[in-house]
Each structure stands twice: as C-alpha cells, then as structure tokens.
Design a protein around this ligand. Structure first.
Ligand SMILES: Nc1ncnc2c1ncn2[C@@H]1O[C@H](COP(=O)(O)OP(=O)(O)O)[C@@H](O)[C@H]1O
Ligand SMILES: [Mg+2]
Length: 228
C-alpha cells in the first residue's frame, strides 16, 4: 500500500492493448496492473513478442491503452493533454533501450547534456550534471568521444547517464543489456542498478536474463497478456 514513506509513483490499472494484423486483432495485453513505489525496482520477463515493449510504451504514455489507465504519481495520463506530455515525460521518466539510441554526431558529454536541455535545464546546469553522471559511470575520460568511438558497454553507460540526467522518478529500461556480450552485460547491469539506487530513482526493468531480473525488488512474468 502507498504511504507517505513509500508513495506509489507509477501505477497501471487494467491495461488492455490490441493490434490489428490483417483481418484479426492480436490481444497483446489483457489486463495488466502494477504499482511501483518511490525508489523501488521491478523486473518483467517474458518471451519475445509477449508485449513487454508495448507495456513500457503505455507506461511512458507513448501509446494509449484500449482499456485501463496509467497514473504518473497521482495524475491519470489520460487527463494530461498531449501537448504537455513530452515536457512532463522528460522530467518524470528516463529511458534506457537495447539499441542505445545515442546521437552519432554528438560526443558523450553532448549526448547527455542535450537531454537535460530538452527538459528545460540551463546549458551550464545540464553540462555540470552530465559531467558528474558520466564521471560516476566511469566515462570521465571519454567526454569528447563520439558513439562510434565507444565500446558497446560505454555506449550503454552513456545512455544510462542520459536517462538519469533529469533526476527522473522512474527509469524504464527495455532489455538494456540485450546488445552486449555476457561479461559486459553483467558490468553494465551492476552500474545501472547502482546508479538507479544512488539517484533514488525507481525502475521497471525488462530483461530476458534470469540472473538480472532476480536483482530487482519484485519480479513479474508477462504471459498471455497478463503479469504473473
Ligand atoms: N505498432 C504495432 N502494430 C502492430 N503490432 C504491434 C505493434 N507493436 C507491437 N505489435 C505486436 O505486439 C506483440 C508484442 O510486441 P512487443 O511489445 O514488441 O513484444 P516484446 O517487447 O515482448 O518482444 C507482437 O506480436 C508485435 O508484433
Ligand atoms: Mg521488446
């Protein structure tokens, strides 16, 4: 239950989502509910195609559910006008994706700073925070390197810094180690979990890896459109 000490900052209530494929509907989510308390972590496992990314898109307000409701803190997303969403999202959420999605023309420092600028921080404050985060993640010597000059692990650590730079309440991580070899994946996961804890963020972690999912506070499985 929510209390002043551990408020629920992200909640999903009865989410359903279908996609049209030719003449039939695929019911990807069939009633998914979850709640995430401030500073806590949960993981979601499930087969490829089970709807994990779809669920994250609904939690992020990038797509709308057919049924059910998502709440950011206590605000029902459906009541947050489309035009205000990107700004609120940039302050409230941070994303880490399997494919990193860094901007190839920008160096490490710029890739992280730009996220802070988009959320409305001044250049100076954005750059200071970016530097500090990159330092914490062991990239202090790589600030001037572009993504194509970085290893996979370094790229994902840059993306983790970018996700945290706005001091979001929630990190959504979609198979963040899916493109990394086993050893690098382990190290990046350690750093992601440590950074999320250090910055008192909460996290929804989607991962195939049983060893990683067991490291979050709660574990769920997405099966036939429901969380178990
Ligand atoms: N925009 C879309 N249009 C049509 N089908 C989609 C769309 N997004 C996802 N799907 C389908 O929904 C199912 C779940 O996809 P996804 O959420 O990406 O699964 P996962 O992330 O667990 O691999 C898949 O069958 C996929 O093809
Ligand atoms: Mg996916």
């Amino acid at each position: 239950m929510s209390s002043p000490d551990n408020p629920i900052i992200l909640r999903a209530d009865g989410l359903a989502k279908s996609f049209r494929s030719g003449t039939r509907d695929i019911h990807v989510l069939r009633g998914v509910s979850l709640s995430l308390e401030k500073g806590k972590t949960i993981s979601i496992r499930g087969e490829s195609g089970s709807g994990k990314s779809t669920l994250l898109n609904l939690l992020a307000g990038i797509e709308s559910p057919d049924e059910g409701e998502v709440f950011w803190n206590d605000t029902p997303l459906a009541t947050l006008p489309e035009v205000r969403r990107p700004k609120v999202r940039a302050a409230y959420l941070g994303f880490v994706f399997q494919a990193f999605y860094l901007i190839p023309e920008l160096n490490t420092l710029e890739n992280v700073t730009i996220a802070a600028r988009i959320a409305g921080l001044s250049l100076r404050e954005g750059r200071d925070r970016a530097r500090q985060l990159l330092d914490e993640l062991g990239l202090g010597e790589r600030l001037g390197s572009r993504p194509d000059q970085l290893s996979g692990g370094e790229r994902q650590r840059t993306a983790i810094a970018r996700a945290l730079v706005n001091q979001p309440e929630v990190i959504l991580a979609d198979e963040p180690t899916g493109n990394l070899d086993e050893r690098t994946a382990g190290r990046v996961m350690d750093q992601l979990l440590e950074a999320v804890e250090r910055h008192k963020a909460a996290m929804v972690l989607v991962t195939h890896h049983p060893g990683f999912s067991s490291r979050t506070g709660k574990q769920f499985h997405l099966e036939e459109g429901r969380l178990v």
